[in-house]
Design a binder for this molecule. Structure first.
Ligand code: NAD
Length: 436
């Protein structure tokens, strides 16, 4: 089943729970707009043409909002599902945004920095009519980062100097979020998704009467999100026993002593496998002393841990491997990591899934804070941002858990239903339907 069909299947299930208006269900079952652009680039005298996508799913609650992904597997189907999830996520965490997603089918590791900048600027140029601070606001996702966001903001500024719409400096910054601090980025934005995930997990465990301190954790994906959540969980006393990136990973049953050293080692070597760090010395030869084991990204999913965190790509927990998962809780930091067949198997086995639209909503929450600060020319301190994030997340977790308990449904169905209720309220009040 393609990814967007998976998303629609879950939409239909949640729509039935809250008796969603059939017209709104039809609206949410499709995209407002899909854009496909072609991006020719000359590399070493040879022309390569890349495909770029932007899907604007829905803007009932505010401007379209969603990340930009650079990856070889980027496709229109993937972007449609991700944009739909952004609509739900923004509604669930209650920020005044809709949902979008975009990306380029490219392996950015094969491009030089100059080529990457050229490709990003060309993509932004192609999208300049449909993005903007009140229209559609991109952000970082897989293989994109603050530097790429800065190129996008700069290119948009260049393009808009020729357009009839005149933006203020703050509005020009607000066209993308996840920017570097000195170019209008927000404190805590880079770590927001991981930090938010830690808040989601600790509040859920608190409600379930379980402890985070001492819990064992395995994390698949060691990029922006995987690194940040592992750091925050370790600080809270959880024991990170395994981590992997696309090339492989490490398993240290007694706990990885220092996440920062593993990250430094990965940055220096380009991959995480073999990063067994004792103090600041990271070497495969330390493996025996640490009782460690090399693992593949798939093996990581099946480790005997309390908490499993997929933080890489979609469709990794499947009907084939779900029966072998031993964790008690799956925290979906990646978007769409679990296929519906696996949902059922995990549920039957009593494994709780904290769904993506809740687990990783810290990213869009702080993106909203960044956008708000840009438009209103404010600068919030890191403590202020983190305080606001924590408050918003704990409130949302309580809302989802209460709904799940009341209706005796999974956390995924409850999260979808809460988000849909909020969208329906706005939709009715905007179209005057509440008066009927
Ligand atoms: P990233 O590019 O910074 O990191 C991705 C990581 O996944 C890398 O370590 C990569 O090596 C690893 N990876 C790729 N393929 C893998 C595989 N097959 N097995 C194991 N690891 C693999 O991306 P990110 O921003 O950390 O995003 C990760 C996930 O979180 C994505 O699903 C993304 O949509 C989601 N997400 C990100 C944000 C954000 O703010 N960046 C917000 C919400 C959700």
């Amino acid at each position: 089943m393609d990814l967007f069909s998976t998303a629609k299947q879950r939409l239909n299930k949640a729509a039935a729970i809250i008796s969603l208006d059939p017209l709104l269900l039809s609206i949410l079952s499709e995209q407002d707009r899909v854009i496909e652009v072609s991006l020719p680039l000359k590399i070493n005298g040879k022309i390569s043409t890349y495909k770029g996508y932007r899907v604007q799913h829905n803007n009932i609650r505010g401007p379209y909002k969603g990340g930009i992904r650079y990856h070889e597997i980027v496709s229109m189907d993937e972007m449609k599902a991700m944009a739909f999830w952004m609509t739900l996520k923004s509604a669930l965490i209650d920020v005044p945004f809709g949902g979008a997603k975009g990306g380029i089918a490219v392996d950015p590791k094969k491009l030089s920095e100059h080529e990457l900048e050229e490709l990003t600027r060309l993509f932004t140029d192609r999208l300049s009519d449909v993005i903007g601070p009140y229209k559609d606001i991109p952000a970082p996702d897989v293989n994109t980062n603050p530097k790429i966001m800065a190129w996008m903001a700069d290119e948009f500024k260049l393009q808009s100097s020729e357009s009839k719409v005149k933006y203020s400096d703050g509005e020009l910054q607000a066209v993308v979020t996840g920017k570097p601090l000195e170019l209008g980025g927000s404190e805590a934005r880079e770590e927001a998704t991981g930090l938010g995930g830690m808040f989601v997990l600790s509040q859920t465990l608190k409600r379930l009467g379980l402890a985070l301190k001492g819990a064992t954790v395995a994390i698949q994906g060691f990029g922006n999100v995987g690194l940040s959540i592992s750091r925050h969980l370790a600080q809270e006393g959880a024991k990170i026993v395994a981590a992997s990136d696309s090339k492989g990973g490490i398993y240290v049953p007694a706990g990885i002593p220092s996440i920062s050293e593993v990250w430094r080692c990965k940055r220096e070597k380009g991959f995480l496998a073999g990063c067994y760090c004792v103090g600041s010395v990271c070497d495969l030869r330390n493996r025996g002393q640490m009782n460690g084991k090399n693992i593949s990204p798939d093996e990581l999913l099946k480790l005997p841990v309390d908490i499993l965190i997929p933080a890489a790509l979609e469709n990794v927990i499947t009907g084939e491997n779900a029966a072998q998962i031993k964790a008690k809780i799956v925290l979906e930091m990646a978007n769409g990591p679990t296929v519906p067949a696996a949902d059922e198997i995990l549920e039957e086995r009593g494994i709780k899934i904290i769904p993506d639209i809740l687990a990783n909503s810290g990213g869009v929450a702080v993106s909203y804070f960044e956008w708000y600060q840009n438009i209103n020319r404010q600068k919030w301190s890191k403590d202020e941002v983190i305080h606001k994030l924590r408050e918003r997340i704990e409130k949302t977790v309580d809302e989802v858990l209460n709904f799940a308990l009341e209706h005796k449904i999974s956390l995924r169905d409850a999260a979808y239903a809460c988000a849909l209720q909020r969208i329906q309220e706005d939709w009715k009040s905007k179209s005057g339907l509440s008066k009927n």
